[in-house]
Design a protein around this ligand. Structure first.
Ligand SMILES: *Cc1c(COP(=O)(O)O)cnc(C)c1O
Length: 529
C-alpha cells in the first residue's frame, strides 16, 4: 500500500515515509492509493478479536508486509495499548435500548487522543531506530514541537515520553490551562519531554510553533515533527474502535441480528469521524449516516446545510456586520467583535474549538473523486487538482462552495448538528439524572445531544453509538457547572478518578518562557535537544 497527497496525486510514499512526513510538501494530506476491502469472512473470523487483534487485522490492510511484518506490528500494537486501564481498551456501554457510548478515554491521559498517539509514538520510535541501524552514519532524530491549550499536549507527551531519538517540546500558556491538565503534562519528568510555560495566550503559543515550522533553516537542522491530527497513522489507529464497537454491539443484541447502527462523533478537526468513514468504505455496515456533532464552532454543520465551507458564518455575520465593525474602530471591545465576525469561539468543549477542520480535506478529496466521471483518464490527478483549487480559495477568500453533486455525495454518508453550550449543560444534567445515571464530559455531551436530534429521523430499528471522547474529570468546570444544583451530585466521589489523587502534588518539570517570543523558545530547544 502506498500513499499520495490530496493535492497532488503522482508522487507515492511508503507507509513509513507517510508517517514520518505528516503534512505533504504541497500542503496536502496523505491518503492511501485505495481503500482496502475487508476479507470475505471478517464478520465471523474477527468476532471474538481483542482490540489488539483487531488493530493488527485492520492496520495490516494498510501497511505493506515488507515495511512491517505481522509480528512487528503486533508487538507495537501490544505495547501501545498495554497502557490502557480497561481490558477491552475502548469498551461499549449501554445507556438505553438504542443508545450506546463507546468510551475512548481509558488511556493514560483520559481522553480519546491516547488511542492514536500511543501507537504513533511507537511507530516513530520503531522507524527511526531501524533507519539508524541501517544507516549508522546519518543519525536521524525527530524534534516534535506543539502548542496546546491543555488536551492534546498531554496525549502527545504520554505518546512520546521516553522514546529513543525523539524530543518533544510542548508550549502551553502559563496559568491558562486547567490545573489537572497542567499537572498531567508537567509531572512527566522523562528527559526527552520539555514543557514550556509561555507567558502569553494559546494563540501566542500557536504562532510561535507556526514560526518555527516556517523557519526552514531551524526546521531542517532539528527535523521538526508534528503530531497533530493530520498524521495518517492517527486516522488509521482510530478506525479500529469502530470495528470493536460493531462487534461489542452484536454481543449486546445477539449475533444473529442484522445490525442497523449509526455512529455519532463529537467533532473538531474531523479526524475521529474520518476514521469512521474509512471503516464504512472498507465495508463495516453502517445503515445510519455518520453523525457530525459540532459545538458553536460549526463550520462543518454549516457545510452540510449549505454546501459552503467557510470560516465565517456569512448568513449570520451579514446581519451582525455593522455591530462587529463599530467597536473595532477604537474600542477595546474590538477583539470580541472580530471573534464574533468569524474567529474561534470559546466553548465548554474546548477540544472542538476550531475555525477550520484540518482533516476535512481528506473527505473533500473522496467527494471530488466521486464526481470525476468514471472512465475519464487520471481521475486521481483531477480530484487532486480540484481539492488544490478548493483549498486555495479557502486560503484566499476564507470560503469555498462545492457543486451540488458534491454536497449530495457528502450527504449520502454524513449528517450534522450543531450543539450550543446551553444544550451541552442540559445534556450533562439529563444523563446524570437518567437511568442508568451516567456522567459525561462536555464533548461527549455534544455528541449525545446531536444524536438525540438525529434519532428523530431514524427508523425504529436503528441503534446509535456515540463516541465518548474524554473522562468528565478532565473538564471539571463544565461538569460542575451543569450539576451544581443537583443535591445528589458530588464531584470528588462520583467523578474524580483515584489516579488523579496526588497528581497536583507530584514533582513537576517545566521551563518558564518569559514572553511570547520565538527566539526565546528557539534557545530552549537548542539547549535541550
Ligand atoms: C480532539 C478532541 C475531539 C475532536 O476530535 P477531532 O478528531 O479533532 O474531530 C473531541 N473531544 C475531545 C475530548 C478531544 O480531545
Amino acid at each position: 500500500m502506498k500513499y499520495f497527497s490530496t493535492r497532488g496525486g503522482s508522487e507515492e510514499l511508503s507507509f513509513e515515509d507517510t508517517v514520518l512526513t505528516g503534512l505533504a510538501p504541497d500542503g496536502g494530506l496523505y491518503i492511501p492509493t485505495s481503500i482496502p476491502k475487508l476479507p470475505e469472512n471478517w464478520k465471523n473470523d474477527w468476532k471474538d478479536y481483542s482490540f489488539v487483534d483487531l488493530s493488527v487485522a485492520v492496520l495490516s490492510l494498510y501497511i505493506s508486509r515488507d515495511e512491517l511484518s505481522e509480528s512487528e506490528l503486533r508487538s507495537l500494537v501490544e505495547r501501545s495499548y498495554a497502557s490502557f486501564r480497561h481490558p477491552e481498551v475502548t469498551p461499549l456501554k449501554k445507556l438505553g435500548d438504542k443508545k450506546y457510548v463507546l468510551e475512548l478515554w481509558h488511556g493514560p491521559t483520559w481522553a480519546f487522543k491516547d488511542v492514536a498517539l500511543q501507537l504513533l509514538g511507537n511507530l516513530f520510535e520503531f522507524f527511526l531506530k531501524r533507519r539508524n541501524e541501517r544507516n549508522p552514519d546519518k543519525k536521524e532524530k525527530l524534534t516534535v514541537v506543539g502548542a496546546t491549550s491543555g488536551d492534546t499536549g498531554s496525549a502527545a507527551i504520554y505518546g512520546l515520553r521516553n522514546k529513543a531519538n525523539i524530543s518533544i517540546f510542548i508550549l502551553h500558556p502559563k496559568g491558562r490551562v486547567s490545573p489537572i491538565q497542567e499537572a498531567q503534562m508537567t509531572t512527566v519528568t522523562d528527559a526527552n519531554v520539555h514543557n514550556l510555560a509561555v507567558k502569553g495566550t494559546f494563540d501566542d503559543c500557536q504562532d510561535i510553533v507556526k514560526a518555527l515550522f516556517a523557519d526552514t533553516e531551524f526546521n531542517a537542522k532539528h527535523r521538526l515533527g508534528a503530531v497533530n491530527s493530520i498524521n495518517w497513522a492517527r486516522i488509521l489507529a482510530q478506525t479500529v474502535y469502530y470495528f470493536l464497537a460493531y462487534f461489542s454491539l452484536r454481543h449486546y443484541v445477539g449475533e444473529d441480528q442484522d445490525l442497523e447502527v449509526q455512529f455519532v462523533v463529537p467533532t473538531g478537526n474531523f479526524g475521529d469521524i474520518l476514521a469512521g468513514y474509512y471503516a464504512k468504505k472498507m465495508g463495516l455496515p453502517m445503515a445510519g449516516k455518520l453523525g457530525v456533532a459540532t459545538n458553536a464552532n460549526d463550520i462543518l454543520a454549516r457545510f452540510w446545510k449549505t454546501g459552503r465551507y467557510e470560516k465565517a458564518d456569512s448568513s449570520a455575520s451579514n446581519a451582525a456586520a455593522p455591530l462587529a465593525m463599530e467597536p473595532a474602530a477604537g474600542s477595546s471591545d474590538g477583539k470580541q467583535a472580530t471573534q464574533d465576525a468569524g474567529g474561534v469561539k470559546e466553548t465548554l468543549s474546548p477540544a472542538m474549538d476550531i475555525l477550520v477542520s484540518s482533516n476535512f480535506e481528506r473527505l473533500l478529496w473522496y467527494l471530488a473523486f466521486e464526481n470525476v466521471p468514471e472512465g475519464e483518464t487520471d481521475r486521481r490527478g483531477k480530484a487532486g487538482k480540484t481539492v488544490a483549487e478548493w483549498m486555495g480559495k479557502m486560503k484566499s477568500d476564507g470560503r469555498v462552495e462545492v457543486p451540488v453533486a458534491v454536497l449530495e455525495s457528502a450527504r449520502r454518508d454524513f449528517c450534522a448538528e450543531r450543539v450550543s453550550d446551553e444544550q451541552t449543560l442540559e445534556t450533562i444534567r439529563s444523563h446524570f439524572l437518567g437511568e442508568p445515571s451516567y456522567i459525561v464530559d462536555p464533548h461527549t455531551a455534544v455528541g449525545l445531544n446531536a444524536a438525540m436530534r438525529m434519532a428523530q429521523h431514524n427508523p425504529a430499528s436503528m441503534k446509535q453509538i456515540i463516541l465518548s471522547t474524554a473522562h468528565p474529570a478532565k473538564f471539571s468546570e463544565a461538569v460542575s457547572a451543569a450539576l451544581k444544583n443537583s443535591p445528589e451530585f458530588d464531584f470528588d466521589t462520583q467523578v474524580m478518578p483515584e489516579e488523579f489523587n496526588g497528581l497536583l502534588q507530584k514533582e513537576k518539570r517545566v521551563i518558564d518562557v518569559q514572553g511570547p517570543e520565538v527566539e526565546l523558545v528557539k534557545r530552549v530547544i537548542e539547549e535541550r535537544v
